[in-house]
Write a protein that binds this ligand. Structure first.
Ligand code: ADP
Length: 680
């Protein structure tokens, strides 16, 4: 017991009542949770109640060895001294102040002290200090403050990359002596790491140590592990026993040693169930050992950080998306501008129609081509401008758009505003809705009036020329036959031989002229067809036989299985066959055979002519059926012809309701097919 206390207790006790009350107060003081400390006017501690041990770890007799200034936190000494002086000068009779006092274990405890000056009280003659431990409350306040601070920092950084540095500066020293924060990027790689140490000089040391032991150190504890597992870690006391358990992790031990680690905890940053980062808290102070409560607090802090990070990410993504969209819109605008210019400057007529063929847009060129201003055409039914005779073909092509193909009308007439007909060629394509219905039709056409006029004149010339040629050739042929008969009677074999050759050439010439005339007639629709039933098998056999007689170079094989009844123009179908057979022989000079096959299916007869000659490259397959088309490869220049045989043949077959096509590739022969519907 202190001497001061003895002084008090040794006072003359006059009454029993006094004695009783003294015992009462002593009991109260000694059992109170708060500690009572007495000092003299110089601040020397003269008495401490037993509770001091609970609060500060010292036994009362240890504590009275101190002067107050030895146990008060340096930062709190000045205000404490000022108040003490005030108290002594009796400006105030009592004060309450919060300050930190050193615990026996070296840590600082927050206490609330109520100091009362009773120096003048003859019974007491001391300054009486009532000490109440407020460490917990203070800590709770500090933490709330920390959380608020953190929230402020985080919220203010919503619109930019959150600064981990700021958070790290909050955590140290309030919660840790050093801390590490890491964030993962979208590919789960650490993209940002922040380190803070209470001693700025040690930040580099922390970095260096973890860098050095990166992967190995984190195998049992630490940042990497937190990121991998997403689970909290707490080592309250990094005692030698704990170190024992990580013995096979010498890298971790090296870090613990170098930094003087006492206690450690780690929490993951989790957003939407995904680990997006982690924070580690490390204490190097012997008295700061993390508790479950600290961990809960750290988790709360991490939860807030993660939330803000996630919000910042969403915000960033939204910003990026807006920027991207803006850029895309800009690009679209530019390209739209380009297209608009192209459409407006083109000499072609570009028309946009709705699914019912009403004009939605027409390019300005319509004024040059058709004499109408665009607004005079917009809203009108597109086909109201076309020649009625061309409508069936136009509508037939237009219908193709409804089955997903493009339409192509090589020639049609459109009425000019001044009444004359403009000949045009056009193609249409459609833009479809989800159900596959055409919603927009883009029609591109151009004026071919001049070209068509040229064609017409050419056709007229061909027609006229072939007519003019036909008469003299017919006479020549007549006279030749007359000579042939005469010479046969005179048995002039030699002259007859030459005359026969002349006759053969005249036949060729007649065929050419006939073909040319046919083409002209076909153009003007004057080619007439017979309609009679006949046996296709018989016609094919006959034709093959006749041609074989005039073809010494090739053997013509026929594969057939009997009579096939069809209806049509027997001579014209014969002409088709002759064309195919003469081509087969002509274009296979190095081969010695041609195979003709005749087959049927329930609907039609199929005739094919196969040769083993030069073949036709795929690119020409459609074109060879066009008028005057000849494959222009250098090696084919040597073959004579006009390029009308297949054109005529194809037209004849089509007129019979059949089809014609070729299967071939360059260098490996060709097989031409045509079909004729069977007679029902
Ligand atoms: P041509 O009078 O030029 O033979 P066609 O209309 O009969 O005219 O044929 C058109 C073109 O098709 C020919 O010029 C030729 O290039 C090609 N062709 C036709 N038949 C064959 C074939 N059997 N083999 C290779 N090419 C052929």
């Amino acid at each position: 017991m202190s001497t001061e206390m003895e002084k008090i207790t040794d006072l003359p006790q006059t009454t029993d009542a006094f004695k009783q009350s003294e015992t009462l107060f002593r009991t109260l003081i000694e059992n109170s949770l708060d500690a009572i400390v007495l000092t003299d006017e110089e601040g020397n501690i003269t008495y401490a109640s037993p509770s001091i041990e609970r609060i500060l770890g010292y036994a009362p007799e240890e504590f009275i060895a101190f002067h107050a200034s030895e146990v008060i936190h340096p930062d709190d000494q000045q205000p404490a001294t000022d108040l003490f002086m005030k108290l002594l000068s009796e400006q105030v009779s009592s004060v309450t102040i919060q300050y930190r006092v050193r615990h026996k274990n070296g840590s600082w405890r927050w206490v609330e002290g109520t100091w009362k000056n009773l120096l003048a009280d003859p019974h007491i003659l001391c300054v009486v200090i009532n000490i109440h431990d407020v460490t917990e409350r203070k800590q709770a306040e500090e933490r709330q403050h920390l959380l608020n601070e953190a929230s402020n920092i985080l919220v203010s950084s919503l619109d930019h990359q959150i600064t981990l540095k700021e958070v790290a500066e909050l955590i140290v020293p309030a919660l840790a002596d050093y801390c590490r924060i890491a964030l993962l990027d979208a590919s789960q790689q650490i993209k940002d790491i922040s380190v803070n140490h209470i001693d700025p000089e040690k930040i580099t040391l922390v970095r260096a140590l973890y860098e050095q032991y990166k992967d190995r150190a984190s195998s049992t504890h630490g940042l990497q592990r937190l990121l991998e597992t997403g689970k909290v870690e707490l080592i309250s006391n990094v005692s030698s026993e704990v170190l024992e358990t990580v013995r096979d992790n010498p890298e971790l031990i090296a870090i613990v040693d170098a930094l003087g680690l006492q206690s450690y905890m780690g929490v993951p940053l989790i957003a939407r169930g995904k680990t997006i980062g982690a924070i580690t808290f490390s204490s190097t102070q012997p008295h700061r050992h993390y508790t479950q409560e600290d961990l809960t607090f750290a988790e709360e802090l991490a939860r807030r950080i993660a939330l803000v990070l996630d919000n910042a990410r969403l915000y960033r993504e939204a910003q990026e998306e807006i920027a991207e969209r803006k850029q895309a819109e800009e690009q679209l605008r530019e390209s739209e501008e380009r297209y608009r210019l192209v459409v407006e400057r083109t000499t072609d007529l570009i028309t946009l129609l709705d699914g019912e063929a009403n004009v939605l847009y027409v390019s300005p060129s319509c004024e040059t081509i058709l004499g109408y201003r665009p607004d005079e055409m917009i809203g009108k039914y597109a086909f109201s401008f076309q020649h009625p005779d061309d409508l069936p073909l136009i509508l037939q092509e237009f219908a193709k758009l409804f089955s997903g193909s493009n339409a192509n009308v090589p020639s049609f007439r459109v009425k000019h505003k001044d009444g004359h007909w403009v000949i045009m060629a056009g193609t249409d394509s459609a833009i479809y809705d989800d159900q596959g219905k055409p919603t927009l039709i883009v029609s591109t056409s151009h004026d071919i009036t001049q070209q068509a006029e040229l064609e017409r004149r050419k056709d007229e010339f061909i027609s006229m020329a072939s007519h003019e040629l036909k008469t003299p050739v017919t006479s020549l042929k007549g006279f030749t036959n007359l000579f042939q008969r005469r010479l046969a009677q005179q048995a002039d074999e030699k002259t007859l031989y030459y005359l026969n050759r002349m006759d053969a050439q005249l036949n060729k010439l007649t065929n050419l002229i006939t073909d040319l005339l046919d083409v002209s007639k076909m153009q003007t629709g004057q080619l007439t067809y017979q309609e009679e039933p006949f046996d296709l098998n018989e016609l094919v056999s006959e034709t093959v036989e006749n041609l074989q007689a005039a073809t010494p170079t090739h053997q013509l094989f026929l594969e057939t299985s009997g009579a096939i009844q069809v209806v049509g123009d027997r001579d014209r179908i014969g002409q088709v066959l002759i064309n195919l057979l003469t081509n087969a022989v002509k274009y296979s000079p190095l081969a010695d055979k041609v195979i003709v096959r005749l087959a049927t299916d329930p609907e039609k007869a199929i005739v094919s002519v196969q040769d083993f000659g030069i073949g036709i490259a795929e690119a020409h397959h459609d074109k060879i059926f066009e008028r005057f088309y000849q494959v222009a490869d250098p090696e084919e220049k040597t073959y004579p012809g006009l390029g009308i045989g297949l054109y005529l043949s194809c037209d004849i077959v089509r007129r019979h309701g059949g089809n014609m096509w070729v299967e071939s590739s360059k260098g490996s022969g060709a097989t031409f097919y045509f079909t004729i519907p069977l007679r029902k």
